[in-house]
Design a protein around this ligand. Structure first.
Ligand code: HEM
Length: 319
């Protein structure tokens, strides 16, 4: 029966996650009660069974194969998990159990692919809704193609040489952070500051930071419900805002904030930009049918924030 305190105010999030991060909010609170309330026990249990079915045979195959390999330059994530020893009472340490292995592999693959795919879908939805933004972005992308019209974008130009691509992705993440919330366990003075008059339980206060609410806060953003990538360009109201918050303030935090922020932030941004550049370079994106009322942007909250009506588009190859 944990009481969960909701935070959608960027200033409170900054006080909690950046200023008091060291001693107050450095461990995530259990996400299970929230998942239970959102999805129900049966659905979660079926999902966990399916993960075991999918991942365990692959992990077993890797365990078997690596005994025949003599190593390589890049050490696969699964190998690090197979080699990990968890401290136990014998002192020797135990290997991870099957359930733990599956959970960790899911965290790595699920958070990485689900959130990237969701962000791409939201971004394409906005580009279909606003063809002038699509055209402007395509012009920037095409300028990166070589004389034969082939696109091979070096990671350097993706990181710093394509400001409009960066702005479009940031605007999409601001409005529709794929991970809808993050949880923390708050203790001591910080918990009192966040909870206000709420009496803080002995085992701390569970705090749920609403990432969507923070990105659309009317005090931080002009017309927060409008998709306007220009705000992230030089001279715009958010020209200094990046995917992860800096030490001064929080205006959006699609990858979380503080000690436990997403370790895949750079890789996630790179994936989204590469996919988006390839999809716009190769194809024109238009509404699938009558879209006079605009694309339906209703959000569906789960572990990942997706479109309630999956995007339906008329996609034409560009010659
Ligand atoms: C659009 C792409 C992505 C988004 C929006 C996203 C978002 C997030 C968020 C909000 C968190 C929670 C952070 C917090 O509690 O402060 C998180 C955690 C995490 N993410 Fe991502 N992520 C993305 C891509 C990736 C990728 C590509 C990887 C790995 C290759 C990754 C691996 C992880 C892991 C392992 C955690 C748990 C970190 C911890 O608990 O300490 N994510 N992510």
């Amino acid at each position: 029966q944990a009481t969960i305190h909701h935070v959608a105010d960027p200033a409170v999030a900054h006080r909690a996650l950046i200023e008091n991060a060291d001693d107050l909010l450095n461990r995530p609170a259990a996400i299970f009660p929230v998942a239970l309330a959102t999805w129900g026990f049966r659905r979660i249990s079926a999902l966990l069974d399916r993960q075991v079915e999918l991942y365990l045979p692959l992990i077993a195959a890797r365990r078997q194969a690596r005994s025949q390999l003599c190593g390589g330059i890049i050490r696969p994530y699964v190998d690090t998990l197979l080699d990990l020893r968890v401290p136990d009472s014998n002192g020797a340490g135990r290997p991870l159990r099957d359930g733990e292995l599956v959970g960790l592999v899911f965290e790595f693959l699920g958070t990485a692919t689900g959130s990237t795919a969701a962000c791409l879908e939201w971004t394409l939805a906005h580009l279909i809704d606003q063809p002038e933004v699509q055209d402007k972005l395509r012009r920037e992308i095409n300028a990166e193609a070589d004389g034969g019209g082939m696109l091979s974008i070096s990671s350097k130009s993706i990181r710093s040489g394509m400001p409009y691509l960066n702005a479009v992705v940031l605007e999409s993440l601001r409005m529709h952070p794929p991970v809808p919330f993050i949880m923390r366990s708050a203790h001591g003075e910080g918990a009192t500051a966040i909870g206000g008059a709420t009496a803080v339980p002995v085992d701390g206060l569970s705090v749920r930071f609403d990432l969507g609410g923070i990105g659309r806060d009317g005090k931080s953003w002009t017309d927060p419900d409008k998709f306007r990538p220009e705000r992230f360009l030089a001279g715009g109201e958010a020209e200094d805002v990046g995917p992860a918050p800096g030490p001064k303030e929080i205006r959006m935090m699609p990858f979380g904030a503080g000690h436990r922020h997403c370790p895949g932030v750079n890789m996630g941004m790179l994936h989204i930009k590469c996919f988006l550049a390839a999809l716009l370079h190769g194809f024109d994106w238009a509404p699938a049918g009558d879209c006079s009322g605009g694309v339906d942007m209703t959000e569906l909250d789960g572990f990942v924030k997706i479109m309630e009506q999956p995007l339906s588009a008329r996609v034409t190859r560009r010659t």
